[in-house]
Design a protein around this ligand. Structure first.
Ligand SMILES: [Zn+2]
Length: 278
């Protein structure tokens, strides 16, 4: 699943591979992914001939800044990834967009569930887009302080496990990292998010930073998606080696050796340790 760390790894790849290149042609095979533009030709017109001047990110949207003060937004789908190729490479079945560059090379946008979005907007419009500003904090950017995090948790008053994956609290976190963050902090996801002590919020805050930064360093939990893979591969079935509890039902907890459980916590199937997460 594409979450914040995977989007950040994608942004880094784009920053080193395509910044400075000029788009010569674009092809989108799934028309429903195009938003804010009337149709695909209108999107192509806003991309073709433009040079890419930077790569940024907000939540799971990666953005290519174009030289004419516009931004190409790639809102990554729930199972999406980007690969870099020679211009002559044949796109596989999951590719929904191909960008070709003047200096040779191609970028393939893969989107297994076809639920991402592709569009170009003016730089000044980016902040106004409701899909990019759902109110949550981006823990890798913005001013992410434990106090700001604390007030978001109190405001919504949800069970903790639900609050961590709510876009009004944090951007781009899904089940994998929510499980890891709660385990790292040693807190149960069933707890009421508005009832944590200041010390517990700080532990959770440190857990968010630790887990997210480690995941970026490791290339994301679904790093295999950026390499060659087959249709049968399901990245969620194979726990990445740096994950401590997610996908590890029945294995001993790395902290207390009690078996890791898979249970419904606040409406979310969660991997957790019932002994040391309290
Ligand atoms: Zn444990």
């Amino acid at each position: 699943m594409t979450q914040l760390p995977e989007a950040e790894v994608t942004r880094k790849g784009l920053a080193s591979e395509v910044v400075g290149k000029r788009v010569t042609s674009t092809e989108v095979t799934t028309a429903s992914l195009v938003r804010h533009q009337r149709n695909r030709p209108e999107l192509y017109k806003r991309l073709e001939g433009r040079k890419i001047s930077g790569a940024s990110r907000r939540g799971t949207a990666v953005m290519l800044e174009l030289e004419d003060d516009t931004t190409f937004v790639i809102q990554m789908g729930s199972r999406a990834w980007i690969t870099h190729h020679k211009a002559s490479a044949t796109p596989d079945k999951t590719v929904r967009m191909v960008l070709l560059f003047a200096s040779s090379g191609a970028l393939h946008y893969h989107d297994q569930n076809k639920d991402g979005a592709l569009f170009v907007v003016g730089d000044d419009e980016v902040d106004e887009l409701p899909e990019l500003a759902p109110g949550g904090i981006d823990p890798l950017a913005d001013v992410f302080t434990w106090q700001a995090f604390s007030s978001k948790l109190v405001e919504l008053g949800l069970p903790l496990r639900a609050a961590l994956v709510d876009r009004r609290v944090l951007l781009g976190l899904g089940d994998v990292y929510a499980d890891e963050i709660l385990w790292t902090a040693g807190i149960s996801g069933a707890r009421d998010a508005s009832q944590l002590s200041a010390q517990e919020v700080r532990r959770l805050y440190r857990g968010v930073l630790e887990v997210i930064n480690e995941a970026v360093k490791q290339g994301g939990a679904s790093a295999s998606e950026t390499q060659e893979r087959t249709e049968e591969d399901d990245p969620d079935d194979v726990p990445s080696s740096f994950l401590r509890v997610h996908g590890r039902q029945g294995e001993p907890c790395p902290r207390c050796r009690h078996a890791v459980q898979l249970e419904d916590v606040a409406g979310h199937l969660s991997f957790h340790c019932p002994q040391c997460q309290t």
